[in-house]
Design a binder for this molecule. Structure first.
Ligand SMILES: NC(=O)c1ccc[n+]([C@@H]2O[C@H](COP(=O)([O-])OP(=O)(O)OC[C@H]3O[C@@H](n4cnc5c(N)ncnc54)[C@H](OP(=O)(O)O)[C@@H]3O)[C@@H](O)[C@H]2O)c1
Length: 232
């Protein structure tokens, strides 16, 4: 059975993806800071009878990242790292003139630095996996200039570039940056509390992620329509 590490798996997209992968027979290592919600998610995901290890912690903590990889090793190795945990930098989002620099640093630490830290920790096992892959969750804010999304968007743009360079440096792996599109989650509500327009449930995008993992298209950046149509 392949093994995936999924960060930010206690709710939203991370939890939905964990359920989707468990249903396909993946063994999983799941992380999030809040232990109670993570434990609840692990119970849900375990319904598929695969092996699930839930480790509460902050992805910015190097010791926690090492624990995640060690747990995956105990399940048999690391076939896939999904860096999904994310910080906005300010909640609600604010224009750049008001963005606290500490918030920007936090967004960069969670969204970017922790992603590389986790990949560095997992690389020896990813390289020996039969079909090693890294999937980082990006955003259209990485590519479009939306007012108030500047700090978060900059961190995701940097994450996209990091993934692109990693793909070139590690041709034996697949490295995908995936924009899942807007979803109804706590992160979106925290970003824009006044926007109560209907948005899709994160479970709706999971089949596209599963298809990506099944078909293993070339490394690169994928957005929601292309993801479903299998085009870049
Ligand atoms: N929602 C959207 O419309 C949308 C659109 C484009 C891209 N995205 C991206 O999709 C991904 C998933 O977001 P979501 O909307 O599903 O958010 P969400 O429902 O708020 O879930 C975020 C998850 O990350 C965990 N997390 C946050 N900070 C963490 C940290 N420092 N260490 C470990 N875990 C952490 C959270 O749990 P704890 O708080 O307990 O740690 C939670 O499990 C993110 O990368 C986001 O940028 C979302």
């Amino acid at each position: 059975m392949p093994v995936a590490i999924i960060t930010g798996a206690s709710k939203g997209l991370g939890r939905a993806l964990a359920q989707g992968l468990a249903a396909r027979g993946w063994n999983l290592v799941l992380d999030a800071r809040g232990p109670d919600r993570l434990a609840e998610a692990a119970v849900l995901v375990s319904a598929h009878a695969t092996r699930v290890t839930a480790l509460p912690g902050d992805v910015t903590d190097p010791a926690h990242r090492a624990e995640l990889v060690a747990a995956a090793w105990r399940l048999g190795g690391v076939d896939l790292v999904v860096h999904n945990a994310s910080a906005l930098g300010a909640e609600p989002l604010v224009r750049l003139e008001e963005l606290p620099l500490e918030g920007l640093r936090r967004a960069l630490e969670v969204n970017l630095v922790a992603a590389l830290g986790l990949v560095q920790e997992a690389l020896p096992m990813l390289r020996t996996a039969e079909a090693g892959a890294v999937l980082v969750v990006s955003s259209d804010a990485a590519a479009e200039a939306y007012p108030a999304w500047g700090g978060y968007g900059a961190s995701k743009a940097a994450l996209d570039q990091l993934a692109a360079v990693l793909a070139v440096e590690e041709p034996g792996l697949r490295v995908w940056a995936v924009d899942p599109g807007d979803m109804e989650t706590d992160l979106y509500a925290a970003a824009v509390p006044d926007d109560d327009g209907p948005r899709p449930d994160p479970a709706g995008v999971v089949p596209a992620f599963v298809r990506l993992l099944d078909e293993r298209p070339a490394s690169g950046r994928y957005g929601p329509p292309a993801l479903l149509e299998g085009e870049r």
